[in-house]
Design a protein around this ligand. Sequence first.
Ligand SMILES: *Cc1c(COP(=O)(O)O)cnc(C)c1O
Length: 391
Amino acid sequence: MSDTFKPRTKMVHGGTRRSQYNEVSEAIFLTQGFVYETADDAQARFIQAGDDEFIYARYGNPTVAMFEDRIAALEDAEDAFATASGMAAVNGALMSLVSAGDHVVASRALFGSCLYILEEIMPRMGVNVTFVDGNNMDAWRTAVTPDTKIVFFETISNPTLEVIDIAAVSEIAHANDALVIIDNVFATPVFSNAIALGADLVVYSATKHIDGQGRTLGGVILGRKDMIRGPIETYMKHTGGSMSPFTAWVMLKGLETIELRVRAQASTAQFLAEKLSGHENLSRVIYPNHPSHEKYDLVQQQMGSGGTVFAIEIKGGQEASFTFLNRLQIAVISNNLGDAKSIATHPATTTHQRLPDDQKAALGITDGLIRFSVGLEDQEDLLADILAALG
Ligand SMILES: *Cc1c(COP(=O)(O)O)cnc(C)c1O
């Protein structure tokens, strides 16, 4: 597979490994292990497995390797390690690199489980974590010191869609010899330039746009080969967070269409955000690629798209929000994102329910806020449905 092919071509063919049958569609190698011709072969493989030589599915598997190579091609990464879920990827990327006494700096607006790792688990292991407002470059400059080992942030925050400047934060981190690890779910692999902009490791929940059809959990860590096949693989293969071959096959098939799906979803999200702006029953419409977004210029440079999710704030708080959700005919009420089906979420009472009120307020998670993950439905149908539900 030539490196010069465009992403859409690479997503159909990248990473393909054919068996002796020369099948067209990728095979699912549902096997935990592999047979060695001789005892000498077994010994040799345990000393040093060659390319495409496998030992045990927790360490690697042909279907999983196809997925890793294909997503690495989309992200322009040297290598990738596939994981059982997005959280296995976040946990693996962070835990494989820190020791007691290390210092980590993270943005405060984080997915709940990411926050749990940084706020609860890491301090228990003797890692010092400082949280900053990810939008405030002075806060990063003050918090990151020569003792800092890792800088971690979500490039677009959930659910209020704040956009963090990857290049600027990476510059601060690298000036202090810290590694930059980003959770890039909301940017999607299609619109990501994260590695070119300075990220050392990029993490995705593949559950979101990579599957894109709500079928299975998965995740992936991408970056330089020496890191992925060094500390990351060693940590992941011994702690059990590897992706199953069946999941890898679902994700491989997801990658074949990810370019088409995500671009169509983002185009509809842009359309809906523009049409809904200024609606009399809304106090806010948040979409990264809208001129009203505080980081509009950065979004143009960093992604060239606003992604597949927008948020609205409904006048009338929780009651009006619930009425809106209950009236929707097309979008389902759920909490995934990046799916072919549009999904509406009321973060204050679901995904962010447990946050104390002052933190909800600080993050802009009001009673009227709805997160809307745009699916593949017709954009005019979605608009009509949303307008009808808004009353
Ligand atoms: C969903 C999500 C995760 C966790 O992924 P899972 O596949 O559910 O484990 C982590 N970070 C962000 C930003 C997410 O949206």
